[in-house]
Design a protein around this ligand. Sequence first.
Ligand SMILES: NC(=O)c1ccc[n+]([C@@H]2O[C@H](COP(=O)([O-])OP(=O)(O)OC[C@H]3O[C@@H](n4cnc5c(N)ncnc54)[C@H](OP(=O)(O)O)[C@@H]3O)[C@@H](O)[C@H]2O)c1
Length: 233
Amino acid sequence: MGIDLNGNVIVVAGAAGDQGRATCAAFAAAGATVVAAGRDSGRLDEVVALDPEHIVASVVDLSEDTATKQWADALLAEHGRVDGLMHLVGGWRGGKGIVECDLADWDVLEASLIRTLQHATRALHGPILQSPHGRIAIISSTGLEKPRATNAAYLAAKAGSEMWLRAVADSYKESDAAAVIGRVMALVTPQMQAEKPDGYKKFTPVEKVAEWLVGLYERPADEVNALIETISR
Ligand SMILES: NC(=O)c1ccc[n+]([C@@H]2O[C@H](COP(=O)([O-])OP(=O)(O)OC[C@H]3O[C@@H](n4cnc5c(N)ncnc54)[C@H](OP(=O)(O)O)[C@@H]3O)[C@@H](O)[C@H]2O)c1
């Protein structure tokens, strides 16, 4: 029997992605009300179908500041509380060198990886602080340990999102809330693994990351606030 999050409201941003789906399912299994957030209602309906009793869809473009504030106000009005923000909005551009890469890639990554995080953490900062155990988490990249020239824009954006979240962690110090960073090299889904049973040896399964995120509710805030932890398979 794992942790019981019945009565808690957990927002999963980027819910329609591979990690988002696994995370919604894991928090739903723990009994939480899960707000599955993303831009595409059709894709979110598929996520709701994983556990309609616990998961609700919430359409929002988190790259829009005003829209994100209105969305957060509406969430609070409807549910009365928010206990977690699992920020799993993704996006990747890269593969070319420092000179060859197109800096338009940076604009895309800054919008999806940094801006959406800024908007969502600002809009939900107060409710997370008021929760008895508010948690904000992102999944970052072990690539930051040894940056590759062919991944410069992506890693610079991930570094920016980590730094933003560490500053959020500072705003939560000596409270019951925590902002936490998990790092993986890459993610693997059960379907990918089934298609290639001997592959993806250094990838982290999305279920393992989801379990790590739910487990943040069993660890004291002062132990996990500002933590950067690698989630291995
Ligand atoms: N995949 C990997 O190997 C890997 C490696 C290291 C770290 N990570 C990180 O782990 C997290 C999850 O990865 P993932 O591969 O599951 O992510 P993903 O599929 O790339 O993105 C997740 C979802 O974010 C939503 N999204 C994008 N822009 C948005 C916006 N402006 N507002 C609201 N939603 C938006 C998209 O859904 P809609 O289009 O439906 O809105 C998308 O399905 C990400 O933060 C990623 O950077 C992933």
